[in-house]
Design a protein around this ligand. Sequence first.
Ligand code: CA
Length: 669
Amino acid sequence: MNFKLCTAIALGTLAGVPALNAQTTMESSYAEWPSYKGDDLELVVDKTGTHFTLWSPKADAAEVLLFNSDRNTPATDTLAMKRSENGTWRVSVPEQLYGKFYTFVVTADGKRLAETPGIWAKAVGTNGQRAAIIDFATTNPEGWEADRGPVVENITDAIIYEMHHRDMSMHPSSGIVHKGKFLALTEPGTKTPAGASTGIDHLKELGITHVHILPSYDYNSVDEANLPSNQYNWGYDPYNYNAPEGSYSTDPANPATRVREMKEMVKALHDAGIGVVMDVVYNHTANNDDSNFSLTAPGYFYRHREDGSYSDASGCGNETASERQQMRDFIVNSVKYWADEYHIDGFRFDLMAIHDIETMNEVAAELKKINPSIFVYGEGWTAGASPLPSEQQALKVNVDKMKGIAVFSDDIRDAVKGHYSDARDRGFATGKPGNEETVKIGIVASTAHPQVDYSKGNNAKAPYAGAPTEIINYVSCHDDLTLTDKLAASMPGSTEAERQRAARLAQTIVFTSQGTPFMFAGEEVFRDKKGVHNSYKSPDSINAIDWNLKTANAGQFDYYRNLIRLRKEHPAFRMTTAEDIARNIVFDKVTADNVVSYSIKNNANGDAWKEIKLVFNGGTEPYTASIPRGEWTVIARDGQIDPDGGLGTIKGGKTVVVPCSALILAKDK
Ligand code: CA
């Protein structure tokens, strides 16, 4: 998430926020608050009735308000809750209140706070203001019990495709009926006017293994009561963490609809062999004093500065306090819930370094118990200073202290395409010298390698990953310029064909590097965002992918599809230990600028190919490479790629690698 975006969102909530009752002494005393380990928080419906349990240790009183509809109606009943064990309040009724809605009202420090659906609302009505009581058994699509995501032995076997629901389907060329909805990815057979596959068929054709969906929990910014206004938002403004976003459902007023439709999306993807990764944003909430956390247990869930104001490592006006037991348990139990109820296959943690290492380790360990194929990765940075000591933060440089967690490599990202914050800055693939060593750091997934000199790295100055399974490689994502726009900004005067060559070289470096590749949806058709770098609330005219590009840029799509197939068919690109990488990857001595040349030897990781030779020429001059003796199959050359070897063979000796291209050769013996 780009912090610039939510600074703007949060300004309204920041202005004039008085210090909470959270002095430094208060901050430390939060650790003394009792925590509650039960799995019955907030709502349970069973044969004996409906049971409400709210955790709010310092509340003076707590009530449940019951309603007949999701908004605009008065409460039909108010239930006073009674203080119970470990900071909880409880009340029960003997009826099963299916179809009703509820909110909690907490009185704290003598003040009756505003209504809240609580922090564990699993079903909600319009705009998530009231929690709903529904029977989840009725929300399961046909065949849900047998639904399974793809088996993933190592995260490095995954190919991650980051997408927003509206980007994928809103453009008229998608041919999709349920545009901008969860259901968009359940429609088979959708095509562009020119007959190119779109939607889920497109994903299958491309060959990615997992979609990473931008925030799909209930977020704050889009008015679900006014969907025809077609608002767009990335969704990094969490409201209800445990219910799906209503604007992606066909009927936000019906609490079961969004649940069922999100499950139908997951099932359709699973049936296509594709896993679903959720982007989760536990590091901050959309609101401060008005958030569901604040209205449930004021103060507790957030970190504060010494003056009692909200600390703000998210750049969004607040940051949560994962080191406190009840917040840690909330995060762990929330992701477990999504994995259990929605069969989610992976989680991407926004601004993960706001969370502490212990929490992230517990997240990964608990998820693996549910499904060993689940993987977790995140942004190993914050968007501002945090009171949490840096040695406790889930930072990129601390990734090796976290078992089963991967971090995004900003090293490879900025080295290949140029710095993210300077549109015109070039990188290795666009002819700027000096990035060679950082590209090598990317190739070895930031692990220790005898031929990589980390002192010459642009960002990291030492190896920080203990294994390639700890690294996510990418050259663009929803944040900042798309690769297409970045290339346009940094290559003035270039032709589109030249920029597409640069994109091919950039992604070839990513997809052949050790670690896990990640791509932004639509780059395979050379989509752009009209130069808008922070499109978090830009209209569909900026964000929606024009699928006519799939035909216009058919060569680009074919290149990406074959690049993905190359990686999937060759385990040499998917080694799992630093030792294997150090043993099997041998870099060639190169004196030319903007050239990296290396071999993957020894039938690495069980590969059928004995040796793979890769030469990347990001410069403007032809490079004459020395190829070892033997008969080599040409896999990629001069902007073309064919994993089946259709580009012919060459003998060892001198061969020219033209500017802005990758040469990949393979030999069986
Ligand atoms: Ca919402």
